[in-house]
Design a protein around this ligand. Structure first.
Ligand SMILES: [Zn+2]
Length: 722
């Protein structure tokens, strides 16, 4: 996962510090702006360490001086400074040039960018009440700040003047890309619309936001209402003690006797893998799958209206539908491209799922259950199949994954083998928590190039999950070297115990370093195009790519050694671990694929298409793509597909798998053309990691591989094809 905050100077805004949020790039400067900017920053006392760029190596934040009291005044002064800079650019009496407009924008907002980078990193990894309160307070202010820039008509006029003549300006390819990307950001904010169209968009936005809110609220209420009460403990046979305790606590909280099985977001519910009572499983599954389809919290009319209004909005911006509008700025570019690439997987995924279904049916028969496999049977019997086939002892496996070895002999080792880089501990540089280590990164020629913060352990106040972020984004324009951080939530070992990690955590360490090197190897001029500032369907590609090195024979032999004996992991145990990680992938892939395609179908129709029956539309869409297996419904059905109807992922749920397709395809290409070598690593670095968003990403990919990606390698990666 990747979390984006305001990267210094490019000011890439993503306010909840999460990759799920839309990112927008702003910026400014120019000599004309300097005077007003000085006035704006004058309010900030010199004692505030955020006022000036840090003098530490690569502008590493000086955590020995920064306190929570410094953030708010720095935000206020930073926004004022940035607005003064933007106004100076917009009102410049000189005709618009690339330098006095676009470059000036790139240079602007330094104080704001610096403050936001430090703040959002800390509030994610080391949260406290003061930081959470400031996050809440700043959210709407950033939204307004962004509007003030992208809805500035004078500024847009200048950007458009450059864009219209971009072919004649003798721009570098990166300058050309910056022009196009910046122009598009304004256009997508509505800058090119007539006054009448703008009014219409505003009306649509208002209604869309009401509808998405209502969808989310209905879903919450419907999920709560659909929780399944259970009177008798005997019915819960199979659940763990912990799950039973949670069900009891949930009932108490709802003022009920007995137990309550609450619903999680997805169609599948975790209790379905262990509940022995088949009738109860059916009841729980139906409660989940028919959520928000009737009564007070029915979401059907809402989502039908959402789909229609989004289509209208897409059309206002000159596109055939909403998906076309959303995908234009993505690597995939069109809904057809998504449907083709994802759809190409369907036959093999379905065939694999049918094989899994046969195993499950056999297990059911052995258990004396007659008839077809039902969706509420799948996870329960799959778990039995899994135990029979693999029976892995997680604690025994973990003994081969000691944290220190995974990091140094695994992750760092693999980066050195591919890219020649080395990591040297710098205990003298300030860190924001005693558990966080700071490393200086040296390039293959021995030159110092960046800083890397390793923040791997869980603690109070840290958000869940794992992510990468940057304290300082790379930019040749600003002479800025990258300062990046990897954050995870590995449980700390008890006093005197060896620090071990699970196989999944080891893989995640490689994943996050994949994002890390995307930031570390960035070599671009303009900050808003640097590092991980790429489209959502590309951003998980470099990270997922590195995951596969974690299990490469040369790599795993180097780091997976028994914590007591130092013996390498036995081949048969490793084979079992790998096979187990590919178990049930037909089901997992199919439920994801069908949800992604369903999302795309809802958003790839014009506003004139009349849909009145949600269930019939779903059935038709799944059938069209050949992913309609009764026992494997989509991961989300329409009435509870919050990603796309209550959140920002509409026509975007496909992006995770698109990135994984790229990763698997690229890994197979490198493996088959030389493998773990400096030469192959250098190619990946030059063609993919160093370019940020300075090129069309499909063209960049073709430049790397010589061809477009196919889904073949992903199917092998997931154990679906041979
Ligand atoms: Zn990631």
């Amino acid at each position: 996962m990747l979390r984006k905050t305001l990267l210094a100077s490019s000011v890439v805004l993503a306010l909840a510090a999460c990759s799920d949020n839309p990112t927008v790039s702003v910026a400014v400067d120019a000599p004309a702006a300097a005077v007003e900017a000085e006035v704006a920053t004058a309010a900030l006392p010199d004692s505030n360490p955020l006022k000036h760029a840090s003098t530490l190596l690569y502008q590493a934040p000086d955590f020995t001086k920064i306190t929570d009291d410094h953030f708010k005044p720095a935000f206020v002064a930073g926004m004022a400074e940035h607005m003064a800079e933007i106004d100076a650019i917009a009102n410049n009496p000189e005709p618009a040039t690339f330098d006095n407009t676009l470059v000036a924008m790139e240079k602007s907002g330094q104080l704001l960018g610096r403050t936001a980078s430090v703040f959002y990193n800390l509030s994610s990894s080391t949260g406290n009440d003061a930081r959470r309160a400031l996050e809440t307070e700043m959210g709407p202010k950033f939204a307004e700040h962004q509007d003030n820039i992208y809805l500035n008509a004078k500024l847009f006029e200048r950007v458009k003047a450059i864009y219209d003549h971009r072919a004649e300006l003798g721009l570098t390819p990166e300058g050309l890309r910056l022009t196009e990307v910046t122009y598009e950001r304004f256009v997508r904010a509505g800058a090119n619309l007539t006054a009448e169209q703008k009014l219409k968009v505003r009306e649509l936005n208002k209604r869309l936001s009401e509808l998405t809110n209502r969808f989310g609220q209905n879903l919450l209420a419907a999920s709560k209402e659909s929780a399944v009460p259970v009177a008798d403990l005997a019915q819960l046979a199979g659940l763990t003690e912990g799950a039973i305790a949670s069900a009891k606590a949930a009932a108490e909280q709802a003022g009920l006797e007995g137990y309550l099985l609450t619903l999680t977001n997805t169609t599948r519910q975790s209790a379905l893998s262990s509940l022995e009572n088949r009738e109860l499983r059916q009841k729980l599954w139906e409660a989940s799958a028919y959520r928000a389809t009737e009564g007070e919290y029915d979401n059907q009319a809402i989502l039908l209206e959402l789909a229609k209004l989004r289509a209208e909005k897409g059309e206002l911006f000159g596109f055939d539908n909403w998906a076309e509008y959303k995908l234009q700025s993505q690597m995939a570019k069109t809904p057809e491209n998504v449907m083709d690439l994802l759809g190409s997987m369907a036959p093999k995924v379905v065939a694999n799922a049918e094989k899994e279904a046969a195993e499950i049916a056999a297990m059911m028969a052995a258990d004396g259950v007659e008839g077809e496999v039902q969706p509420w049977d799948w996870l329960y019997y799959a778990e039995k199949v899994r135990q029979q086939k693999f029976n892995l002892d997680a604690a025994e496996v973990a003994k081969y994954f000691s944290f220190d070895k995974v990091l140094k002999d695994g992750v760092f080792y693999t980066m050195e083998r591919q890219f020649g880089v080395t990591f040297k501990l710098r205990p003298d540089l300030p860190s924001y928590h005693p558990d966080v280590e700071v490393y200086e990164v040296f390039d293959h020629d021995g030159k110092s190039m960046a800083l890397f913060y390793a923040d791997y352990f869980a603690r109070e106040g840290k958000r869940g999950g794992a992510w990468m972020n940057a304290f300082v984004g790379q930019s040749n324009l600003m002479n800025a070297k990258p300062v990046v951080v990897n954050v995870m939530n590995i449980e700390k070992a008890g006093e005197g115990q060896p620090q071990l990690v699970s196989f999944d955590e080891a893989t995640t360490m490689f994943h996050e370093m994949g994002h890390g090197v995307h930031g570390l190897f960035s070599d671009v001029t303009y900050p808003s195009l640097a590092g991980t500032s790429v489209s959502r369907d590309f951003v998980e590609f470099p990270s997922t790519y590195q995951e596969d090195w974690a299990v490469h024979p040369e790599v795993i032999a180097n780091y997976a050694k028994h914590v007591e004996t130092g013996e390498p992991i036995p081949a048969d145990l490793l084979a079992k671990v790998l096979a187990a990680s590919k178990f049930n992938q037909g089901f997992d892939t199919l439920e994801y694929l069908s949800a992604a395609l369903l999302d795309m179908e809802w958003h790839a129709m014009g506003s004139d298409v009349k849909v009145t029956d949600v269930e019939a539309f779903e059935a038709e869409a799944l059938k069209k793509h050949g992913v309609n297996l009764g026992a494997i419904p989509p991961r989300y059905k329409s009435t509870y597909f919050a990603h796309v109807f209550a959140g920002g992922y509409s026509a975007g749920y496909y992006a995770y798998m698109w990135s994984e397709i790229l990763a698997a395809d690229a890994f197979a290409h490198v493996r088959d053309t030389g493998g773990l070598t400096r030469e192959r690593g250098q190619l990946f670095r030059e063609k993919i990691l160093s370019i940020g968003n300075t090129q069309d990403l499909m063209e960049a990919y073709k430049g790397f591989k010589g061809d477009e990606p196919t889904s073949e390698a992903l199917l092998i990666r997931r154990g679906i094809a041979l």
